[in-house]
Structures are given as C-alpha cells and as structure tokens.
Write a protein that binds this ligand. Sequence first.
Ligand code: NAG
Ligand code: NAG
Ligand code: NAG
Length: 529
Amino acid sequence: MLAPLRRFVQSPNPFMNGHAIGLTRSAASSPRRWLRLLLMIAFIAISVNLLLLLDSTFVGKLPSQILGNQAFHPKPFAPAPHGLESQGDSNGQDYWLWETKTLFKKKENIDWNVGIMDECFLFPRDIFNKVQVVLKTGTADDGARTDAMVNTIIKCIRNVLIVSDGDHTYGPHKAVDVLADLPAKTYMKEEDYFVYETQRNATRDGIELHQGHEGWKIDKYKFLPGVEKAIEHNSKAKWYVFLESDTYLFWDNIFRLLDNYDPSLPYFFGSPSPGRKYRPNPKSEDEEQVWFAYGGCGFILSTAAAHRLVDLPRNRLGVKGPRLTAEYEEDIRNDCCGDSILGWALHDKAAVGISGLWPMFNPHRLEDVPFGRDYWCEPVISLHKTNPSFMKELWNWENEQHQQHERPLLYSDLLFSFHSNFSQRENWDAAFDAGFQLDHNSTVHTSLHACEAGCFAHEECRQYTWHGAHCYYAKALYIGHAKEPDGFHEPEDRKYISGWDITKIQTWSLENTCGEGAHWVKPSVKRKY
Ligand SMILES: *[C@@H]1O[C@H](CO)[C@@H](O)[C@H](O)[C@H]1NC(C)=O
Ligand SMILES: *[C@@H]1O[C@H](CO)[C@@H](O)[C@H](O)[C@H]1NC(C)=O
Ligand SMILES: *[C@@H]1O[C@H](CO)[C@@H](O)[C@H](O)[C@H]1NC(C)=O
C-alpha cells in the first residue's frame, strides 16, 4: 500500500493525474510544507489501510465509486483466440475434424466385478483436479431431479461444487448458499429477498418446498457468486464447467473438446444467446450486441477467463477494486436473467466474449432436438430440461456406448438409439407446432392418409403430425413425445398421430454417414439456435 504512494512523492510525474502533479510542484518550494505533506500522506495511507482492513461491502465498493469501475478493468486484452487460423486445419468448413481420444477406461482392460464396481471405475476421475464442476440448484429443487443428477452426471465427481440459495443437502453433497454473504438482505430486491427468506424459514421449520415455488425469481442472483465460489473452492482448476440440475452433460465429449483448447487463454464456451446492447464508441450511436451462454445447457470458463472475472484487480496505485458481485449488483437487480449478466460482466470487466459452440451445446430437450442438417455429425455436449427418468436412461446408454466404440457420440447416434423405429404412432406428437403447414385449402388436411401421402410427396417434409383434422409437417426430425388426445375437436380428431418419411430419412443417413469424423464446430455467434 505504501510503496506506490512513496513513489508518487519522489518522482515528479510517474503516472499521476494533473491534480497530483500540481501538489508535488508547489510542495517542493519549502521544506516545512514538504514535511506537512509527508505527514498528511502518511495519515491518509494509514487510514486507507485501516479502511481496507475493515472488509465490509461498503469499503469494498468505495474505490470503484470514487474512481469508477473502469479503473479496475485490466483492459485492453487481446481478442479471444479463435481465429480460424489459430487451429491449423482449414477445411473451408465451420468445423474441425479432430482426432480425439476417450479418457474412459474399457471394461475389458480391468478386472470387472459387477456388484463391487460401478461405472465410476471406468470414469476418468483424475481429471477433476483440472476440471472443476459447478452445479447450480435451488432449495426447492425437485427431489426426483436431484436423485437423477446425483446418480448420473455428478455420480463420479467427488469434488463437485453445489451452489444454491440455501444450505441444504444434495444427495451425498452439501449445497452452499452463495447468497448468504452478499449479503442477501441488502443485495437483493425486497420482493426477491422475501422469497429467499420464505424458503429459509420453510427449511428451518421442516416445511417441504416445491419446484417452481418462486425459486426461479432468485436464480439470477446465483450466477456471479457461483463463479466466485468456484474459484474459492478450486483456484487451480484449468476449466470450470457450469451446469443446472436438469442439464445432461456428455463428459466424454467435454473432455475431448477441452483437450483441444488451451486453458491459459480466455475461453467462454456455450450456446450463444443475444444479450445486452452497448456502444463501443461513446461518440457514435452504433450499438453492438453482447452474447451470453444460455445457462440451461451449461457453459465452460477457462481458468484465464474465470480469474479475469473474479480476481480482485488492483489499479495502478495498488488499490483493490470491488468484488465482482458488488460491481454488478445493480445490473443483477435490474436484469431478468443471471446468464445474461454473466455474459455482460465477462465482456465488460474481463473483455471475454463467448466462443459459441452451438449446436454441440444444445438448448433443447432430447425429444425436441431438430435432428438433421445442424444436428447430425456434431458431437453432442449437452441436453437441456432432461426429465429424471430420461437422465438415467441416457447415462446407461452413454456408458454402454463408451465400451462399444472409440469415436465421440454424435447427434445421429442419439436419434437412432432413442427412436427405435419410424413407423406411425398414435398418441404421439412429433411435429405439431414445430415446422410448417400447407395452405388451409390443401388436400393434405382432408385425412390422415392424405396428410401422410402429402408429406412423402413434399420435398422438404420429413415427418407429419395429424391432429384436429389438420396436418402439420416438419423439415427436421423430431423424436417427439407421447401426447394424450386433447382440444375442442370431434372425438376422433382429438388424437395426435405422428409418422416419419422413412425413405427420406434413409437417403439422408446414407448421404451423411459422418465417416470423415465428428464435426467439432468452430466458435461462432453467427451459427446459433
Ligand atoms: C421468517 O422467520 C422470521 C423469524 O421467525 C420472521 O421474523 C420472518 O418474518 C419470517 N419471514 C418470512 C418471509 O416469512
Ligand atoms: C415402433 O415403436 C413403437 C413405440 O416404441 C411401438 O409401439 C411399435 O410397436 C414399434 N413398431 C415396430 C414395427 O417395431
Ligand atoms: C387455396 O387458397 C389460396 C388463397 O388462400 C389460393 O391462392 C389457392 O389457389 C387455393 N388453392 C386451391 C388448391 O384451391
């Protein structure tokens, strides 16, 4: 603290502003004034040190309130290193054909004894020294979801960090209340704090909470302190992987992906969503868009990006800047969504933009993935809104697949494994609301049979759904889901009946075998959901 101040007196013009230089000049004229000045400076220095020792939120915010937050933003940084040249192979496509290797062990290579050993023996658990996993949940998380999560995605991860809005158990883990020390009472909007306190009281009084119990209102407050806690928990990790309790992550593909990037460079991987607008040049009206990673399908920060965001920066005088959560308090209170604020803070404070990896990071649930052009040879990294029973099915499937082949799992693998056949199904909705419809007077709306025949005849139709005496088509392939009859229709029209154009699907899959390798998409925000 004292060192830079001393320098400031000795040297006539090191890096001080005009005001400070004026002081030094006039002081030089008389030894007494020199002495007074020195004493004054010593007094100020000691007071400032004392103030900083009292580490309250108020004191933490002072420097940035006086000097402005920008004084603590260590800009300019080099732009994010994902120029297409930076990765060698330029195949003229927007993907790389990396040769990747799995870290999962093969059953045949170890003394497999079912009953004593489980899938975690095959899981490359050593990697979690380098990869810190952070799961965000809430006090009111659905019990079935929690159960599915702890028995699948985080089953083999001992040092997983669970961030939440209360101190509660999460299977065998303990969740950390990341709002407690903000502190929640003054940090949150009054009505949001009410939700937080209501939940805490309920927990204290042993009252069971239910998913959706307004818990989503306070979700946005957990993103930034979640990153702070991640660094506090494991500051040496190379990568920080963030997920929510309904995010399915394919670890094998994540490890293969990360193996091709350098964590000492600032990376922020995820599915890009449009966030705030800002003016890069205050003199011009031109606006640019910040992109953030949609929270539901998970996102990853390299150690460089995470530390830039969280570490308390010092300005040139050695004064510490504000805590991340203090700096963006107002933004969080006023924005709808925490993932948007995270994207903004990464841009604003750390000069880190997203490396958009859609469709590998995917905001859909499995049933709604539009398989086809965008979702085929791409390795699958995440699925969102996965229901608990599906989570277990996916986990078992994935573990079997690792035993069967060396290559990464692709979207086309998912489709053919989770959609056993393409024959017509009753009480099944595969295309309703998803694609396109022909004109109202078209003959395809006259019967189920006409609807099916019309799809087969239409160049772009891959599947149809017949409901309410109306015919719905889709260009992509959706697995869809069971759906009971509904709507204000004649009884026989209330059903949902779906079918697929097998011929087109066969032709497509013969033309797209992914034989050249998995398409590891290059970072982009132009290619987006
Ligand atoms: C929570 O409990 C405390 C102590 O019993 C009470 O004062 C407070 O009003 C309660 N808050 C809510 C939101 O119910
Ligand atoms: C196709 O799958 C559906 C739903 O799983 C099943 O009801 C039907 O019997 C299957 N059809 C054939 C021909 O295997
Ligand atoms: C259907 O209606 C549109 C106008 O809505 C018309 O242009 C078209 O010719 C009609 N087609 C048939 C087959 O009647």
